[in-house]
Design a protein around this ligand. Sequence first.
Ligand code: SF4
Ligand code: SF4
Length: 356
Amino acid sequence: MVRASEVKARALKLGFTLCGIAPAGRFPELAFLREWVDRGYVGEMAYMTRTAEQRTDVRAVLPSARSVVMLATVYHVDRPYSIEHVDPTEARIARYAWGDDYHDVVGERTDALCRWMAERAGPTFDGRAYVDTGPVQERVYAQYAGLGWIGKNTCLINAERGSWLFLSEVICNLDLPPDEAALDQCGTCTLCLEACPTGALPEPWVLDATKCLSYLTIELKRDVPELQRDELGAHVFGCDICQDVCPWNSAPTQSLDAAWVPRPLFDQPRLLDLWRRSDAELRTAMKGSALRRAGVKRLRRNLAVALGNSGDLEARAVLDQTAAGAGAEERPSAHDPLVTEHVGWARRKLSSTGQG
Ligand code: SF4
Ligand code: SF4
C-alpha cells in the first residue's frame, strides 16, 4: 500500500517544490479545450487539435486511472523581469528556457517518482509519468490537486510560490485521497490582460495562441506574419510579460537548482551577439536546452525580426553584410530563404525608422 503522505514526502525529496493529488475525473474546465480549438485559437499546433478529445479526460491516456499526482517545480532564478528593462537591443528569452531543458530534468524526476510508486505498490500498479509531453491539461489537474489556481493569464499560480512553475504528473490507478482544489485569487485584477503586447488574452483565462509571442516565436514554423513583426519587439524565444506583471510574482521563490541557472549564451544576451554566433555555436548552446524546440533556423528568423525592431545602427550594417552574402559558411541558417525574407524586412524597417 502506498500512502499519499509518503508519495508527497518522496516528491519533495526528489526535488519537487509542490505535490498534490487530484482525482482522475472529468472537470468542467477540461471541456473548454474543444471550444478553444474551434475558435481557431490553437493556430497551427496540429498536435493540440489532434489530441483535443483525449485531453478532456486523463482516463483517455490511462483507462485505469484513479488519481493524478501533480507536481510543481519552481524555476525562478535571480534575474530581472523582462518588464524591468526595456533595452531593445537585448534579446528576450523566456525564463523557463535559460537553463537545462525541463523536459529532461523534470522528466527524470517524475519518472523516478513513478518508479518508486510502482515498487511500493507492487505488480498491480499502473501509471504514466508526463511533463508537458502527454495529452493532459496539467493546469486543470494541478488546480484540483490544490497546487494553485489558473490565473487570467492561463498560468498556474501558487499563492506562496508564484507562477514560475514547471508542472508534471504521475497518472496512476491508486486510490489516493485527493487534496482540496485551490481557489481563484485573481479577484478584480486584470494586469496581465492589459500588459499583453499583442492582445493575446482577449478575455480572462482565454489565450489566443495565434497572437501570443510564445506561439509566434516557437511553434510557428513558417514566416512570422508581417503585421505581427513589430509586436515581437526583442522577443526571440517565448515571452514572460503576463507573468512578470502578475502581483503574485512580486516576491517569488528563488530556485537554487543548478539546472535552471542560465547558460552563458542565454543570460541576458545582446541580439547582435546571438546573431553573430555561428550555427554550430548556437546548436551547441541549445543542446539539452528548451530552445531546441525552435532550432537554429527559427531562432535566426526571430533574431532577424528583433534586430529589425531594435533601431540599432550596428544591426543594420551587420544585416546588410549578411544580405551581401557574408558569413554564409559559419551561419548557413542566415541564408536560408525563410530567414533571408525576415532579414530583408528588418533592413527595410531599420532604414525607414531613420535610426539606421
Ligand atoms: S506570453 Fe506574452 S504574448 Fe503571450 S499572452 Fe502572455 S504577454 Fe501576451
Ligand atoms: S496579473 Fe492579475 S489577473 Fe493576471 S494572473 Fe496575475 S493576478 Fe490574475
